[in-house]
Ligand binder design. Structure first.
Ligand SMILES: [Zn+2]
Length: 101
C-alpha cells in the first residue's frame, strides 16, 4: 500500500486516483502559488491534480481534496457551484485521516 503513496508538501497522497473511468495523476508543481496565487488546480484536459510546492501539510491535504472534488464535479458533470465543491471538499478532508509526515 505504501508504495502507491508519495509525500507531497509534508503529506502522503496517492500517485494516482481513479475517478470513474479516468486515472488522475497527483503531482506537485513549483511556483503554482507564486505565479497564479493558487494552492492547487485540477486539469481535466491533462487528468491531473496539481498541488503547489509552497503548501504546508494541512494546505496540501485540504487542497488535494478540493481538487479531487473539482475532478469529480467534472467527470460526472455535476455542475456544482464552487461553494458546493469547497464545502464537500472540507467534509471529505475532515472525514479522512490526515496523513501528515
Ligand atoms: Zn476550486
Amino acid at each position: 500500500m505504501e508504495r502507491f503513496k508519495q509525500v507531497i508538501c509534508g503529506v502522503k497522497l496517492p500517485r494516482t486516483v481513479q475517478v470513474g473511468c479516468f486515472t488522475i495523476s497527483v503531482c506537485v508543481v513549483k511556483n503554482l502559488g507564486v505565479d497564479r496565487a493558487l494552492n492547487g488546480e485540477y486539469s481535466h484536459h491533462h487528468l491531473e491534480i496539481r498541488i503547489g510546492s509552497e503548501c504546508n501539510a494541512q494546505q496540501a491535504w485540504e487542497t488535494y481534496h478540493h481538487e479531487l472534488m473539482e475532478c469529480i464535479n467534472a467527470v460526472y458533470t455535476l455542475n456544482l457551484t464552487h461553494e458546493q465543491i469547497s464545502l464537500a471538499a472540507v467534509g471529505l478532508a475532515q472525514s479522512m485521516e490526515a496523513q501528515y509526515v
